[in-house]
Each structure stands twice: as C-alpha cells, then as structure tokens.
Design a protein around this ligand. Structure first.
Ligand code: SF4
Length: 504
C-alpha cells in the first residue's frame, strides 16, 4: 500500500484544519439564529471566521487537537498491523509539521512524549467488515469538551430535573442535565453523542461512535429519532449560548444510540463535543492505500462559513499591558476589551509551580493567558505560533486567587469562567477574568505579533510552558469583574431555572 502514509497524513491534516461540511452547515444556521449584536453573536462570528482562516492557512482550527481517535474498517485479508504502524508514523509526522499539538502526557511523570505517541495514544479501533474498501474515520476531540462528558446510572436524582427513572423520560432528563452541566466550558454550542445502555465502557464508546454520524441524518429508530428531536427542540431554551455568554443557540446536534444492558444496570453515557467538531473519514483502495472518497466533505458552496459581518464594534475598551489596578477596577461584566502589549501563557503545570515558587519574570500588572499553543521553531531557532486559543480555566481554580494576590497579576484570559474562590480573589486583588473565544486558535494566533521568550519548556513541554508573547488588539469579554460580578454564575442560575421548566 504505497499511498497509505500519504492518505493518512492528508486525513489528519484535513481533520485538524478543515471543519466537515455538515458541521459548517450547522454553524451557518446557528449564525442566522443568534443575535449578532450580543457577545454570543460576536463570538459565533469569530468562530466562523476562525474556521475559514484555519482552512485557508492549513493550520489547526483549535490549538487543542485532542486525542486522535481512529475507527478503522478493513476487508478480510487486509493487514491491520501495517495500518496501525502507518497511523502512528503519520500522527508523529503531523505533529512535527504543527498540524497536531503534542498532547500525549505520561500520567505518572507528567512528561509530554512530544510526538503524540505513547500508551493509549493514538486511540485506534479496528473492525472487520464485508465491504471491499478500507474506511478510516478520525475524531479529534479536545480536552475541554472531553472533560464535560458525563455518565448517569439510573435511577438517579438530578439537580434541577428531579427523579430520572429507567425509561425514556429518565434518559431525556439525563441528556438535558448533561447540556446544562457543560455550560460554556466545553466551548458551547456543542454536539452530543449519547448511548442508552451498555456497560460503563461500551456505553461511552458507543456514545462517541454517535459522533461519527452525519449531522443531517435521521435516526433509523423512530423512538430515538423522536428523542433526538425533543432534545434539540428544548436545549436552546436553556439560554447558555455560545461560550456560555447566554444566547439563543446552546446545542448544535444530538445523536442517540442504544445498546443492550444488564438487568441491574441502566447507564446513559453522553459524549459532549465542542463546536470545533473535527471528524472526517476516507475510503481507501485496499491495494494502493489511495483515497477513493472523502466522508463528511462535499462541495456544496452553501456549506461555507460566512464571515461577512465586521467583528469589531468600535466600542471595545483598549488597554495596554501591563495593566494598572485603576484599569481593571473600571471594567464591568459585559465589557469587551482589546488588549495590546506583552502577556504570558500559563496552564496547569505553571499554576501549580507558581503556587509554591517564585516567577521567573515580574508578573506585577501582568496578564496570564490560559493557553497551550501549537508552536513551531523555524530553522533560525525562532518560535512561531501556529494556533493559540484559550483553554478551560476552571482547572486553575485551586490556584488562581492565590497567584493573583502573590504576584499582582491583573487579568487572566481563558474560557468557560472560574468559580467563587477566584471571583473573591479578583475582588480582593483588583483583577478581572477575560473570556476569549474557545477554539478560535487562528483568530487569536493572528493577534500574537511576537514570541519573545519561553520558560519551563523542557520541564513542562510545549502546551504547558510559560510562553512570553506580544499581542495586538486581542479581543475578549469581561465575564468576571473586580466588583464580585460573574456572567458565568448568572447564566448558570438562569439556565438552571429554565432546566427546571423544560427538563421533564
Ligand atoms: S474548541 Fe474548546 S473544547 Fe474544543 S478542543 Fe478547542 S479548546 Fe477544547
């Protein structure tokens, strides 16, 4: 199969950089539904622009290129060992080319393997089938939305929906609860894959398999089709909106499957996928390995994302870093700021480190960006940003307030919001939380004008290192201010009240 490597590299590159047609179509529809004058509307415009930018520059749509998950169907007689080795080699090559972020971390030592290889990475499932061709499907599902997957064991008593029994009404309650609990942290608006039944392992696996269905398909089981319609008909009324800013579009798709279960068990497994729903597939000639057909891609021009509406309103508050306390104390939830100047990135490893050590640089007035970028070094040794959207901030909740206080940090940028401890810390220290648009890795990477340095690269690896960046016109929304206000808390409260109405 002399073309196999080439076909796999194309599949990985295309999946990371070019959203499937059915997903683009759904995003376009969402763009028509969302009010473009709101923060959610503006976020959606940025998302759709980002999708086009990624395609044009053949760069990752989102910096978190997720856990590469391959589902391979082979005719009888095809050597699966050859395919496994080729997949591993091309995952490594795509990482080297900056199409995938190095995402494989040793769970014991914390060391990043650097090339997306290691125990359990990539995930490859094989199935034999009676077709003559090979089919390879690929899902790149990032950590932010993976963390919002949820599994229910019925019967259960769920907050805001009450008792969920072992029937379809109980399943409906679980699904609505799953949408609610994700809020904006999985980069809403999202897509669901759901499995009713199975065991704990097969349930999650089947839920993920639902994500390989075309968004335009109709469930062949009329009962499940009706349930999918019911969820889609109710979920938007939760009002969570794009990025959890509050808005008219909360859920973009829901696909439900079912497996038999043990009499004693009744699981409902929900796989939540962010808007950056990167999954594609190819059919291959079993002799040459050449691509005979793409799946989930068609040439319908209507499917293209629209980015015609200007993104800047002229009402953004322009700030230059480092920030003063007066700068941030004057900001209110809902303000849109445009930052220019130096910032640093920092995620889990850096926050943990800073909680017990000094910073290698002065952080007084600084802005910490919760971001694990995709970076490439050129032949001259200069680093360039290939993708740099925000990561989920709530993981830093145990550390953030203390770091604001200890170092005089004035703003953190991330996505999905933070909790009450950080909110109190913002008030005490005079700082703000800025919500950038999750997944908009190309949009933000264009705002980074220079990489001026890096700390802890060898210790923490590329995503977790402390990158020193200069930014220009970096747009984000104040969602937690220094006066004790949090848009995330408000949206969570309002959507909980709504969930009580429509949740069953
Ligand atoms: S869009 Fe958001 S949830 Fe999805 S991979 Fe990117 S950062 Fe993670």
């Amino acid at each position: 199969m002399q073309c196999l490597n080439d076909s796999l590299l194309q599949l990985i590159t295309e999946t990371a950089t070019n959203l499937p047609t059915d997903v683009r179509r759904v995003l376009s529809k969402a763009g028509r539904k969302e009010n473009s004058n709101t923060q959610a509307g503006q976020a959606l415009q940025i998302i759709r622009l980002n999708v086009d930018m990624a395609k044009e520059s053949v760069a990752p749509i989102c910096q978190d290129t997720g856990m590469p998950t391959f589902l391979v169907h082979t005719p009888v007689g095809v050597n699966q060992i050859t395919i496994r080795k080729a997949i591993q080699a091309m995952v490594e090559e795509a990482t080297r080319r900056g199409k995938l972020r190095p995402n494989s971390v040793d769970s014991i030592t914390g060391a990043n393997s650097g090339l997306n290889l290691g125990p359990g990475t990539p995930v490859i499932h094989f199935e034999q089938w009676e077709d003559d061709e090979i089919e390879i499907l690929l899902l790149l599902k990032g950590g932010g939305c993976e963390n919002k997957n949820i599994q229910y064991s019925l019967p259960a008593d769920l907050e805001h929906v009450g008792k969920a029994g072992r029937d379809l009404e109980g399943v409906y309650k679980c699904i609505m609860h799953a949408v609610w609990q994700a809020q904006g942290q999985g980069c809403s608006a999202g897509f669901l894959g759901v499995c009713i039944g199975g065991d704990r392992t097969s349930g999650y696996s089947h839920a993920k398999e639902q994500l390989f269905r075309d968004q335009s398909d109709r469930n062949s089981d009329p009962v499940l089709a009706e349930l999918e319609d019911r969820v889609m008909g109710s979920a938007d009324s939760l009002g969570i909106g794009t990025m959890g800013f509050g808005g008219d579009v909360t859920l973009l798709g829901c696909k439900i499957g079912a497996l038999n279960r043990l009499p004693a068990s009744f699981f409902v497994s929900v796989a939540y996928n962010c808007w950056a729903f990167r999954r594609l597939g190819v059919r291959l000639d079993p002799h040459s390995g050449a691509i005979t057909r793409w799946l989930f891609h068609d040439d319908n021009p209507e499917a293209a994302s629209s980015s015609e509406v200007p993104l800047t309103t002229g009402r953004e508050i322009r700030l230059t870093t480092p920030l003063s306390e007066a700068d941030v104390r004057s900001l209110n939830v809902g303000d849109v700021v445009s930052l220019s100047g130096p910032i640093v990135t920092g995620r889990d490893a850096l926050h943990k480190y800073l909680s017990t050590h000094d910073s290698p640089v002065n952080l007084n007035g600084a802005v910490i960006y919760h971001c694990g970028p995709v970076m490439l070094k050129d032949e001259g040794g200069v680093w360039h940003v290939r993708a740099a959207g925000p990561t989920t901030s709530i993981r830093e909740e145990p550390y953030q307030a203390e770091i604001l206080r200890k170092f005089g940090v004035r703003a953190v940028i991330g996505k999905g919001g933070m909790g009450s401890k950080t909110l109190a810390g913002l008030k005490e220290s005079g700082a703000v939380y800025l919500n950038a648009i999750g997944g908009a890795a190309q949009f933000y990477s264009e705002k980074i004008t220079e990489v001026t340095g890096v700390d802890f690269l060898a210790e923490f690896g590329v995503p977790e290192a402390m990158w020193h960046l200069n930014v220009r016109d970096f747009v984000a929304v104040v969602t937690m201010d220094s006066k004790g206000n949090s848009l995330h808390a408000d949206v969570e409260r309002a959507s909980a009240a709504q969930l009580e109405l429509v949740g069953g």
